[in-house]
Design a protein around this ligand. Structure first.
Ligand SMILES: [Zn+2]
Length: 427
């Protein structure tokens, strides 16, 4: 028991992968010209480069001039990027590349070649090359989904429930009654015979449960680990009796003593599994947000909210952890004057990015009146992660849809825990 290692998630990294994939799945090419390359762990990069060069040769057969140019240029760009790596990254590498309309749109022929490099969340097993009218993002999407699936089994002599923990929610999969007689025999039955019958019924029940467990946790939802709960010693009898298939037997993370079995037992076991799953994201999110609210509600001065305030505190190196939901949809725009280096910055919602950038570009620098401005934009989470890297702070991105994300949304989707109360500091 306890040999299953639950990976600790880097929430900023997963947020970036999810966001990029969502963006990419909405893009389409004019022709068959968008390239997806999945390079598995351990595959030699020069082999991949050889394959891509061959594809460049084949592209000569493409009839449309524009498509051909796009494909050849995109492949060239991927090869160029691959040459910058000394070796294949540890978990493998995914590259998407293609000619896409410029920001804000544009007519055919104005496309720009974009490259997206992604570090997969877990080991990439197979090589894939596709040139299509869309990007093949499914393999990565599936990887994000399947991360750390944990099975729950709540058993006693009366009934059994199955549940699955995926991402941030527990779901009850099913429930079954045992059909096993109660512990106390009816009058007139011999004690020995009653005991024997009961044991037979139990064996039959345990075999049935083991069979369904295999279906759920190996065939339908391949899990990484299993938690078995239930009142009394039935769960131990089940585990020690060797009913479960060996693969499942090895996946048992721990057992939990509980008051209920069946569906109710699944929910109870999940509530009690905090320590066991402490590395698990949902529990982490719960602890992070509850900690923030604890500080805010008890006025320790260490819990704060409000975007502007937090950015200021972050720059002043007061922040320990920034907590933000994954659905803020905010971007930071920076307009820098090329003449006097004056910087204007704004945080705006995604749909307003392009109009605001246009406005800024068409207005003179407020400092020197020059019209020569340079504009850059980035996702708010990326910006916060960038400052945090410099100040040694942490950024935790949590699911905005889950229970604790909704709690944080009530504070404006962003909060922070401080290292010390700036109100008491000497400065
Ligand atoms: Zn200026």
């Amino acid at each position: 028991m306890g040999k299953i290692k639950i990976e600790k998630h880097d929430s900023v990294k997963l947020y970036k992968i999810r966001k990029t994939l969502n963006e990419l799945s909405q893009k389409t090419g004019h022709g068959t010209e968008l390239i997806s390359v999945y390079i598995p762990k351990g595959k030699q990069l020069h082999e991949v480069i050889t394959i891509l060069k061959e594809e460049q040769g084949t592209a000569d057969n493409i009839k449309s001039d524009l498509t051909r140019t796009h494909v050849v240029d995109s492949l060239g760009k991927v090869i160029q990027r691959l040459k910058l790596y000394k070796k294949t990254p540890d978990r493998g590498l995914v590259i998407f590349c293609g000619a896409l309309p410029p920001e804000g749109g544009g007519p055919i022929g104005t496309e720009v070649i974009n490259v997206y490099e992604l570090d997969p969340p877990k080991d990439l097993k197979t090589f894939l090359y596709r040139c299509d009218d869309h990007f093949h993002v499914d393999v990565l999407k599936k990887m994000l989904k399947d991360e750390n699936l944990i099975g729950f089994l709540a058993i006693d002599a009366k009934d059994t429930g199955w549940g699955i923990l995926h991402g941030d929610k527990i779901e009850v999969l099913g429930e079954t009654g045992s059909g096993v007689a109660g512990k106390h025999r009816q009058g007139g039955q011999s004690a020995k015979r009653f005991q024997k019958l009961r044991e037979m019924e139990l064996t039959h029940y345990f075999n049935r449960v083991a069979h369904t467990t295999r279906e759920y946790f190996i065939d339908i939802y391949p899990v990484k680990g299993i938690i078995i709960s239930g009142p009394g010693p039935t769960k131990e009898d089940f585990i020690n009796g060797g009913y479960l298939e060996y693969r499942l037997q090895e996946m048992i993370i721990d057992t939990i003593d509980s008051a209920y079995s069946g569906a109710e037992g699944i929910r109870e076991a999940f509530d009690k599994s905090g320590d066991i799953l402490s590395g698990f994201r949902m529990v982490e999110e719960k602890q992070i947000v509850e900690n923030l609210f604890k500080h805010i509600n008890s006025h320790t001065g260490l819990g704060v909210y409000g975007l502007k305030e937090i950015i200021k505190l972050l720059m002043n190196k007061v922040v320990d952890t920034v907590i933000i939901t994954d659905d803020t949809d905010l971007n930071r725009i920076e307009a820098k004057c090329k003449r006097c280096q004056h910087i204007q910055e704004e945080i705006v919602e995604r749909p307003n990015v392009i109009p605001r950038k246009t406005d800024l570009l068409n207005s003179p620098c407020p400092n020197c009146k020059s019209m020569d401005l340079e504009i850059a934009e980035q996702d708010l989470v990326d910006y916060l992660a960038l400052i945090s890297d410099k100040t040694g702070s942490k950024v935790e991105v949590i699911s905005g849809k889950a229970e604790h994300g909704v709690m944080l949304s009530s504070l404006g989707k962003i909060g922070a825990i401080l290292r010390y109360n700036p109100g008491y500091s000497a400065s």
